[in-house]
Ligand binder design. Structure first.
Ligand SMILES: Nc1ncnc2c1ncn2[C@@H]1O[C@H](COP(=O)(O)OP(=O)(O)OP(=O)(O)O)[C@@H](O)[C@H]1O
Ligand SMILES: [Mg+2]
Length: 250
């Protein structure tokens, strides 16, 4: 039973089909990767599934929430969905610690953050920031972090979702979490993703580094111009001639 599936999901921009009648399913507790050339629709798929873009056609099911013809971005957290952005998004003028506390108190509503956070939330924030190696930076403004630290803070924030009051996150979308990172940061995020899988969480990963795709993925979907080009186990899919021609050989 898939935790997330799409049927003929479509998203176009001025007639350009970024996601073109796509029907795919994601299994619970697995790492499923989305690969494909630049502009093949990977981020648009995530943006549409998380309600950031309005879908233009098709249906989506998140567990028992079936036959969704639109996805309300304010509802999507209650389906257990959380994500990182390809272009990292943080509360820039808040500290590292407060960026995590906001998530822990109430899915990002700032008003509740000032009134509600307590010792329990602080303990959890400390736990995720230590896990990700940013505890020492807790009083820095997010805007002052290095590129790599910003990517790590975004991951600390989605890990905090596992403790959110509006329910635990079950589906974690990572849109190029490793891009431009030093090897030790890559290693850390690899271990975080493996740990999520061990806990039975579902990970949907967009990544261009094929060594990481092989290491992490249980299953791979290859997109090309918003359509499904291939799917299967990573070693099999990455050896396919059409996949190599469309993507790997470029
Ligand atoms: N907000 C937008 N407005 C207009 N066109 C868009 C928008 N977002 C994406 N597109 C277009 O949709 C197509 C798919 O883009 P998308 O960013 O989803 O690709 P991607 O597979 O994530 O690429 P990359 O590997 O470079 O991140 C491209 O043609 C892109 O130009
Ligand atoms: Mg992208």
């Amino acid at each position: 039973m898939p935790i997330l599936s799409t049927k003929s999901l479509t998203k176009h921009f001025d007639g350009v089909y970024a996601v073109d009648h796509l029907s795919i399913s994601f299994e619970k507790g697995k790492v499923t990767s989305l690969i494909g050339p630049n502009g093949s629709g990977k981020s648009t798929l995530i943006n549409t599934l998380t309600g950031l873009h309005k879908m233009d056609g098709g249906v989506v099911a998140f567990g028992q929430h079936t036959n969704l013809e639109e996805i309300d971005p304010s509802e999507v957290a209650s389906y257990g969905v959380t994500r990182t952005f390809q272009d990292v998004r943080l509360f820039e003028q808040m500290t590292v610690l407060d960026n995590v506390l906001v998530v822990l108190t109430d899915r990002g509503t700032i008003s509740s953050f000032f009134s509600k956070h307590n010792a329990f939330h602080l303990d959890k924030a400390e736990e995720v920031l230590k896990r990700i190696g940013l505890w020492e930076k807790r009083n820095e403004l997010a805007a002052n972090l290095s590129y790599g630290q910003r990517k790590l803070l975004e991951i600390a924030r989605i890990l905090a979702m596992a403790h959110s009051p509006s329910g635990e996150a079950e589906i974690f979308f990572f849109d190029e979490p490793f891009a431009g990172l030093f090897p030790e940061m890559v290693k850390l995020i690899v271990s975080v993703i493996k740990e999520l899988r061990e806990k039975g969480k579902t990970v949907i990963l967009v990544e261009h580094n094929m060594d990481l795709i092989r290491e992490l993925s249980d299953y791979v979907f290859v997109l090309d111009s918003g359509k499904l080009l291939a799917e299967g186990k990573p070693l099999e899919v990455l050896a396919r001639k059409d996949v190599i021609e469309a993507y790997l050989g470029e």
